[in-house]
Ligand binder design. Structure first.
Ligand code: GLN
Length: 481
């Protein structure tokens, strides 16, 4: 079977009797097996998927199948899926099984998607390279010595290497867009609150978004319209009406597009990425779109703001993993007295052994910025800058249609390259965090390759809840270029 690049193509073949959901599952399972060395999946639900495929094949025959019949989907290991393990790629959740299914995943299942397995990622979605998983790194299928990006790296590689059609990831500061860019696929982070977070393991709750990784925009649009919208289990989710994004992919307007000087003048930007970015802008100009450059000096603070606020929220969210309520508990001396001190020792030992180095670093940093003596100096200040950045970005997007920038400063780097230097790793998020800090939708689409043949991503952002415009514009860009 050849690789499929869209659900539309799959559906056509199913209607023509050339394939079936069962055939598709068998095909993807074979690909997963032959790509084991890439470390993309933590667990494959082979029997489940085959059984479901047969049921959905019958529904197709009966003409009662849902909109995602034929879509084989992988989910990042941060989503609850009832009766299946959930680990956030961490030892601390050893043995944990979900009692319910995340709303986003439930809605896909109701439309007859097939979930093929859970995918490797950075522990608790903290990282930009997928090296922070406690189950070993994920490797880029184009060059296994290179990282796939993170934290949804397993999800990106699974689509890249055709181990599933679509992956559902999470994006708190770029975790869908950055790996999509490194792997040469498309990745959408919707507006904050567009998709329910019920059943998504929390990292930084005021930033976390469910995101979609796929080979084409139509599949992203369809998954978005299915997952988005009001949910009684998430009080923060928006009830703004959900458009039929997949029916709104035509684009024939002339747009006002801006890029930000501070992003393209950064000394962190790889020359080939910059070159291709400007080539893309030149092309847009020749098509009659208006391209302008602007300054946002506040962007110099974007990474500190992001890392102060997300670590603060993470330190609070991850307090629940205490060795009592979920998963892993450190071994104890059972003959010792059962005292309060011993309980506290158990918490400490379980958390010290259960969490990996990066997660511990962030819990410590977050606890520090929230501590009484430093709260105003760090947390309050970062919140103020967040507000200023939001106001400024909203203003720009009131006057213009899109803000564009490279998705990442560099293409995929070598595994281990930033192992000793967390700040270098954080710099990889330079361009992706703005959308999360201000809550707007953003997408990464591939626009070419560097000299080594590694993909380069182009990032487009627009105003809150304007996903329809964002997807239509992305589609136009990809189809016409
Ligand atoms: N790389 C960023 C971080 O480590 C983003 C992660 C994410 O979006 N989950 O925080």
């Amino acid at each position: 079977m050849k690789a499929f690049s869209s659900l539309r193509e799959i559906k056509n073949q199913i209607s023509a009797g050339q394939t079936s959901c069962r055939d598709l599952v068998v095909y993807y399972l074979q690909n997963i097996e032959s790509n084991r060395h890439l470390g993309a999946f933590l667990e494959v639900y082979a029997q489940d998927a085959l059984q479901r495929a047969e049921q959905i094949d019958q529904k197709i025959q009966a003409g009662s199948a849902g909109r995602l019949a034929g879509a084989v989907i992988g989910i990042k290991d941060v989503f609850c899926y009832a009766d299946h393990p959930l680990q956030c790629a961490s030892q601390i959740l050893d043995g944990f099984r979900s009692q319910f299914t995340a709303t986003a995943i439930q809605r896909l299942l109701e439309e007859d998607a097939i979930i093929i397995g859970r995918q490797n990622c950075d522990e608790f979605a903290m990282g930009s390279s997928c090296e922070n998983s406690s189950f070993g790194p994920v490797r880029n299928a184009l060059d296994p010595e290179l990282v796939p990006g993170g934290s949804s790296g397993g999800s990106a590689v699974a689509v890249q290497a055709d181990m599933c059609l679509i992956s559902i990831g999470s994006d708190t500061g770029g975790s869908v867009r950055q790996p999509a860019a490194f792997c040469g696929i498309k990745g959408l982070k919707p507006s904050y609150s567009r998709i329910s977070r019920h059943g998504l393991a929390a990292y930084a709750s005021s930033f976390d978004c469910v995101g979609i990784l796929a080979k084409n925009i139509e599949d992203i649009a369809l998954c978005l319209e299915i997952m988005a919208g009001a949910d009684e289990y998430d009080s923060t989710v928006s009830s703004t009406e959900v458009p039929r994004y997949s029916q709104m992919l035509d684009f024939d307007r002339k747009s006002k597009i801006v890029y930000i000087e501070e992003t393209v003048n950064s000394d962190k930007l790889q020359p080939e990425v910059k070159e291709l970015f400007f080539e893309q802008l030149d092309w847009l100009r020749t098509q009659g779109h208006e391209i302008k450059s602007i300054h946002i000096p506040l962007l110099n603070y974007i990474l500190p703001v992001y890392y102060i606020l997300t670590t603060a929220e993470a330190s609070s969210n991850l307090a629940r993993y205490d060795g009592v309520r979920y998963g892993f508990r450190a071994k104890q001396n059972t003959h010792a007295n059962k005292s309060v001190n011993q309980l506290i020792e158990m918490y400490k030992k379980s958390r010290s052994e259960g969490f990996g180095a990066e997660v511990k670093r962030r819990i410590l940093l977050g606890t520090f910025v929230l501590s009484a003596d430093y709260y105003d100096a760090y947390y309050t200040k970062a919140q103020k800058i967040r507000r200023l950045l939001k106001d400024e970005t909203d203003k720009i997007l009131n006057d213009n249609d899109f803000i564009v920038m490279p998705t990442t400063p560099t293409t995929a780097f070598k595994i281990g390259a930033h192992a000793q230097d967390p700040v270098q790793m954080y710099l990889e998020d330079l361009y992706t965090v703005q959308a999360n800090v201000v809550g707007i939708p953003a997408i990464s689409v591939p626009i070419g390759k560097d000299k080594a043949g590694m993909p380069i991503g182009f990032q487009i952002m627009t105003g809150i809840f304007k996903e329809a415009e964002l997807l239509a514009f992305s589609n136009y860009l990809l189809e016409n270029k």
